[in-house]
Write a protein of this length. Structure first.
Length: 276
């Protein structure tokens, strides 16, 4: 069996299909806005994989950025690609480039910063930033400038992703003792805890139709978001009700770090790993 298996789960059929397998470590699939392809990272680079055929992944030209991590994603209109790369600064820095490839433009003035979400209007980026040892949620205009801090060191705050209507930013936080899913309004008000059932929950991703939130759950005693663990992919309503397990798998870090829903909200992509 290959080290990494990029797969797609269908909510209606409850079936999973494999679209790419490799001996390399690859991570974090995004879905193209036209629904016809997947973007993922591996070995510091980004790749595009067409769906519905037998084509191999094609490297995306990211210019000087050759140390990309697994925090990347396409803009709502599909024209731009946000990446997190440490080539020039030595720390994860957020850049934006054309989705077909090109020279990256630096967005975050302070680092390390790890991209996680676009606002629905495409004008704002949400990300996790480490400042003075604290991991918090920030936003910044696509045009750059000053960042806005939404959380203030209440535990480890990470994985922000916008709801489809832009009213909420979902994220995970350890402020209650273990990582749980929370949400906050984009102006930093109305913080709400969404999950609290004994798991350690990470990387919430609201579906484009606004009906569901996907998350990755570790056993409750797992600290951080390590790779190569027995985890569960779970689904819930936007308010945290109706939470249930879709399936268990071997994965963790790299499986669903970034937005991964199909544009029609019927499927999502993820990476399953083989123990090594």
């Amino acid at each position: 069996m290959k080290r990494s298996s990029i797969e797609i789960y269908n909510l209606k059929t409850k079936a999973t299909r494999i679209i790419h397998q490799t001996d390399d470590l690859v991570e974090a699939p995004n879905w193209r806005r036209d629904g016809n392809g997947i973007v993922f990272n591996g070995n510091g680079l980004l790749f595009a994989l067409a769906l519905g055929g037998s084509s191999d992944p094609v490297q995306i030209d990211t210019g000087f950025a050759v140390k990309c991590n697994n925090d990347h994603g396409l803009s709502p209109d599909g024209s731009k690609l946000a990446i997190s790369d440490g080539t020039r600064t030595g720390q994860s820095t957020i850049y934006v480039l054309d989705s077909t490839g090109g020279e990256p433009k630096q967005i975050t003035p302070t680092n390390p910063s790890y991209w996680h979400g676009w606002s629905p209007d495409g004008k704002t980026l949400a990300y996790c930033g480490q400042r003075e040892g604290k991991f918090d949620i920030y936003t910044i205009p696509l045009t750059g400038g000053a960042e806005t801090r939404l959380t203030n060191g209440e535990g480890h705050n990470d994985g922000p992703d916008y709801s489809a209507d832009g009213a909420w930013i979902y994220f995970n936080s350890s402020r209650s003792g273990r990582n749980q899913i929370w949400r906050i309004q984009p102006d930093g008000t109305e913080v709400e805890q969404i999950t609290d059932d004994g798991h350690a929950d990470w990387f919430p991703h609201p579906s484009p139709d606004g009906k569901n939130v996907l998350l990755l759950s570790y056993e409750g005693d797992v600290d951080g978001h390590p790779r190569d663990k027995h985890v569960k992919l779970r689904l819930m309503n936007p308010d945290g009700s109706g939470i249930h397990t879709l399936f268990p798998m071997f994965g963790g870090q790299g499986s669903i770090n970034v937005p991964n829903w199909s544009p029609d909200s019927t499927e999502f992509a993820f990476v399953r790993y083989q123990p090594v």
